[in-house]
Design a protein around this ligand. Structure first.
Ligand SMILES: Cc1cc2nc3c(=O)[nH]c(=O)nc-3n(C[C@H](O)[C@H](O)[C@H](O)COP(=O)(O)OP(=O)(O)OC[C@H]3O[C@@H](n4cnc5c(N)ncnc54)[C@H](O)[C@@H]3O)c2cc1C
Length: 194
């Protein structure tokens, strides 16, 4: 299938645009192979920003999307939902983290802009090879095994049990408590450790 890639570069207010020359990155993105459209926007994660991507997917028949913005830990689910809402497989998305890994850590504007271009270029090449993925559900055993019944193991087992999960606590010694059980009083509270 012919790849039609859209590239969306976020200003994140001044977070990215204060350091990276966003317009230059967009111009550069337009020159990359298979890129059909490249745009910048103040806040790509906002409703209008999301609409921009959605409309382009429909208008230009885009089938791969690159968003150059913040960490995917923050907004990858947001942009995956945008793709899904435009009837595109949500995994045809690649994010370039030009905020945490670029504008927040490089002070020099020229150097930051060059790095942002390199990251966008890499993301475009990568998304080209993405395959459609489907979510699957698999049965799992929610029981937990905690190895070692020292104070840490006991506490972990209690918290897991309190959350309603079955938990097995195993100890190799004849009694539980680990090192704590050998102590009389514990510093600094002088609690009875046993
Ligand atoms: C002399 C001394 C004084 C201390 N004084 C203080 C104090 O005053 N105040 C304070 O806060 N802390 C104090 N500590 C520290 C405190 O005792 C430890 O931080 C705490 O006991 C560590 O608990 P734990 O559960 O992580 O490990 P441990 O107590 O070491 O427990 C680990 C448990 O896992 C078991 N285990 C290991 N491998 C396996 C296996 N393969 N299968 C099954 N079971 C296994 C061990 O038998 C043990 O019961 C002191 C420590 C020492 C040694």
């Amino acid at each position: 299938m012919e790849r039609k890639i859209g590239v969306y570069v976020c200003h994140c207010g001044a977070n990215i645009a204060g350091t990276v020359d966003v317009e230059q990155v967009v111009e550069f993105a337009r020159s990359l192979p298979s890129v059909v459209v490249a745009r910048d926007y103040k806040f790509m994660c906002s409703d209008p920003g999301q609409e921009l991507i959605k409309n382009d997917i429909r208008e230009y028949g885009l089938n791969r999307i690159v968003v150059a913005s913040c960490s995917p830990r923050l907004h990858e689910p947001t942009f995956r939902r945008v793709l899904a809402s435009a009837d595109l497989n949500p995994y045809f998305l690649e994010m370039a983290n030009i905020r945490e890994q670029c504008s927040w850590v490089i002070e020099d504007r020229e150097a930051a802009t060059e790095k942002a271009k390199a990251m966008v270029s890499a993301a475009v090449r990568r998304v080209f090879h993405h395959d459609a993925l489907e979510k699957k559900e698999a049965p799992m055993n929610p029981c937990t095994l905690v190895v070692g019944a020292g104070i840490a193991g006991i506490q972990a087992a209690l918290e897991i049990a309190d959350s309603g999960k079955r938990v097995y606590l195993v100890e190799r010694e004849p009694s539980i408590g680990g090192n704590m059980a050998r102590l009389d009083k514990t510093f600094p509270t002088l609690d009875c450790s046993a």
